[in-house]
Design a protein. Structure first.
Length: 386
């Protein structure tokens, strides 16, 4: 496959073969690229979306792709799947990265696509990290997708409902890809050893630790493997020695998109369900992901009113005290105050009576907003009004 600034798009079904000719067996080529599968049957961890009568299976059976959005976490195989799909249906692939490309690159891609269609092709436009395009750039795709100039395959790590325009989503099938399971990661380790004809110098516990450290990210796993492939066969590394060489992958968390809302919901529902262990866990997950503790503090004050309410009227004051304590101490010391508040709110008695009553009162006020108050509660400052 040619890159964004190369000579042009791939020949039909030639993405893998061209990549092989470029890379050869040179060690400068990243391990992830050297081990990229050549056929769909070699793709691990995504069997669910390729079997069971799903949209991808139906497209492959008829030999023609429709526009799709591949949504999944980093390192789950989105780019690889896009290449393999183009190879499977034997179509041209025009690759773009939303990080590096703009409107001019899209125009050039559309010009290339029209030439291919004139020769009877059905070009596939692959846009990696498509959520990085702004609204105008996404709108610029609509006409060519609608009239069939290109078949769009977009890859994103973000929830399309938040990150993509509704008009674009309506023209595409959204295919959800899972993070790689432990068994899938172990299969990738075996593939690396077989292809490179080199066994990793690790004991069974350290081998399992590799999959754990990768945290569902195949690309990160390959990066770790590159760090230890050149080590001598002896001594064999145990988990402790492995940890000294490698570090755990940073958690996936984006304060603007789905991970943010999912963890906020998990924290709120754990407190509402009076589960202090779960509440504290989700609180710490948010902190580890880089969430602003001030945002968490505001949510805790809201929960103290919404879910505890009259069952413990002092809960709001204690939540405010925790927020104030955090402001005075800062991180990391102040986070303990917020954590204490999380546990206290989870253990507190619950009542949402005020919250529900206010919802009903607000709906009634909206429906009957022009009604005058009854006479006996009116202010009557004059004798006539009395």
């Amino acid at each position: 496959m040619n890159d964004l600034f190369g000579d042009g798009p791939d020949e039909p079904g030639q993405g893998r073969e061209q990549a092989d000719r470029r890379s050869g067996t040179g060690e400068a080529v990243p391990l992830a690229e050297r081990l990229r599968p050549a056929r769909l049957a070699e793709l691990v961890g995504q069997e669910k979306i390729l079997e069971g009568g799903g949209p991808l299976q139906r497209m492959l059976e008829r030999g023609r792709l429709s526009s799709i959005i591949l949504w999944g976490p980093p390192g789950c195989g989105k780019t690889t799947l896009a290449r393999l799909l183009a190879h499977e249906v034997g179509e041209f692939l025009i690759p773009l990265s939303a990080v590096l490309s703009g409107v001019a690159d899209l125009r050039k891609a559309f010009q290339d696509a029209r030439k291919m269609r004139a020769r009877g092709g059905r070009p596939i436009l692959f846009i990696d990290e498509i959520h990085r395009y702004n609204k105008a750039q996404q709108d610029g795709l609509l006409h060519e997708v609608e009239d069939g100039t290109v078949t769009l395959v977009g890859a994103t790590t973000e929830n399309p409902s938040f990150a993509l325009n509704p008009a674009l989503i309506s023209r595409c099938h959204v295919v959800v890809m899972d993070r790689l399971s432990t068994s899938a990661l172990e299969a990738l380790i075996l593939r690396a050893e077989e292809v490179l004809d080199h066994r990793l110098p690790v004991d069974p516990d350290a081998r399992a630790r590799l999959a754990e450290l990768a945290d569902g990210d195949g690309r990160y796993l390959f990066n770790m493997l590159e760090s230890i492939l050149d080590l001598p066969a002896e001594p064999v590394l145990d988990s402790t020695a492995l940890a000294a060489i490698l570090q755990r992958r940073m958690p996936v968390y984006d304060r603007q998109y789905e991970a943010h809302y999912n963890l906020v919901s998990a924290l709120h529902k754990s407190i509402r369900g009076s589960d202090p262990d779960a509440a504290l866990y989700w609180f710490c997950r948010m902190l580890q992901g880089g969430e602003d503790p001030r945002f968490i503090g505001r949510r805790l004050v809201r929960m103290a009113s919404e879910d505890i309410g009259l069952a413990d009227p002092d809960a709001v004051g204690r939540a405010l005290d925790a927020v104030e304590a955090y402001e005075r101490l800062g991180s990391p010391e102040g986070e303990l105050m917020l954590g204490q508040c999380v546990v206290e709110l989870a253990l507190a008695p619950k009542s949402n009576a005020v919250y529900m009553a206010m919802k009903h009162a607000m709906a009634s006020a909206k429906e009957n907003g022009s009604l005058m108050p009854p006479d006996h509660i009116l202010n009557a400052p004059t004798r006539l009004m009395k």
